[in-house]
Design a protein. Structure first.
Length: 280
């Protein structure tokens, strides 16, 4: 790879073998380097392929005056989310998380720790993302002797929620509300607490999250399974009625009318999660 621009002693902008611009990180990799030089591959620690040119520029500008340790920690957290948790992430995570980690470290050293009003919802409904937040706290403690409370794990998890579901903070609040209300309605109608550690619960939560994203994007399913919906309504009337209550709440709160097919899938998930509880 050849250097396109030296960002600082530890970061370069370069062109790879396919002539695509990449950001290259490594301790001392930019020291006395200049554009056009061939990069010493033994010094390369991480290569970032960011396809969006605007994001790439933002990333480079942010890294220009950031300590290498902060960059490495953010990179390792993202790698953990991808490799160990199987997350498919928007490339915006490189800018958003790296900036957050850098600022959080500064806040900590100034004695500032912020409360997270969404912590309960994040722990309950976004377990995988919250686990990444906990991993981040362990890395910060081990490498920098920085010891955050669980609120910070929630803040870090939010960045992964946004990167997985392409959401804003307002969307996360709305999604959490829909998940919470749906669980309440299921528990009211069936008189049982849902097992939040079951596979069916996880699938129900995933379905509700993507339902909420479809609502936000105006991409609700069409009524193409009307016969199936009628079959489910007859066979599982309680579950279908509960799905209808969830749909009514969503329509009243978010002015989004769910189709019969959306209620059909809600009913199927409700059947699975309550059937498991009734058999337990």
């Amino acid at each position: 790879m050849k250097i396109f621009k030296v960002i600082n002693n530890n970061v370069l902008s370069a062109y790879d073998d396919k002539q695509q611009e990449v950001v290259v990180m490594g301790r001392g990799i930019g020291f006395k380097a200049k554009p056009g030089d061939v990069i010493d591959e033994s010094k390369i620690e991480k290569v970032f392929h960011i396809e969006n040119s605007t994001l790439s520029r933002q990333f480079q500008e942010m890294l220009s005056d950031m300590p290498l340790e902060h960059m490495q920690i953010s990179s390792d957290i993202i790698s953990y989310a991808k490799d160990e948790c199987g997350m498919r992430l928007s490339q915006s995570i490189y800018v958003a998380l790296t900036d957050h980690i850098n600022f959080a470290i500064e806040r900590y050293r100034q004695g500032i720790q912020l409360p997270n009003a969404l912590l309960g919802e994040i722990r309950q409904f976004y377990r995988r993302e919250y686990l990444v937040g906990e991993y981040a706290l362990r890395i910060l403690a081990e490498r920098l002797d920085i010891h955050f409370g669980e609120d910070e794990a929630g803040f870090i998890a939010l960045h992964f929620i946004n990167a997985v579901y392409d959401t804003t903070l307002h969307d996360v609040q709305a999604i959490s509300d829909i998940l919470q209300k749906s669980l309440e309605l299921v528990q009211e109608d069936f008189g049982t607490w849902v097992n939040t550690h079951s596979m069916h619960y996880e699938r129900f939560m995933a379905h509700l999250k993507f339902l909420a994203r479809r609502i936000a994007g105006g991409e609700l399913l069409k009524d193409e399974e009307s016969e199936m919906a009628e079959l489910v309504r007859r066979k599982y009337p309680r579950e279908y009625a509960c799905g209808g209550r969830i749909a009514a709440y969503i329509e009243q709160r978010y002015q989004a009318k769910l189709t019969g097919e959306e209620v059909l899938y809600l009913a199927i998930h409700i059947r699975r999660v309550t059937m498991q509880e009734n058999e337990a």
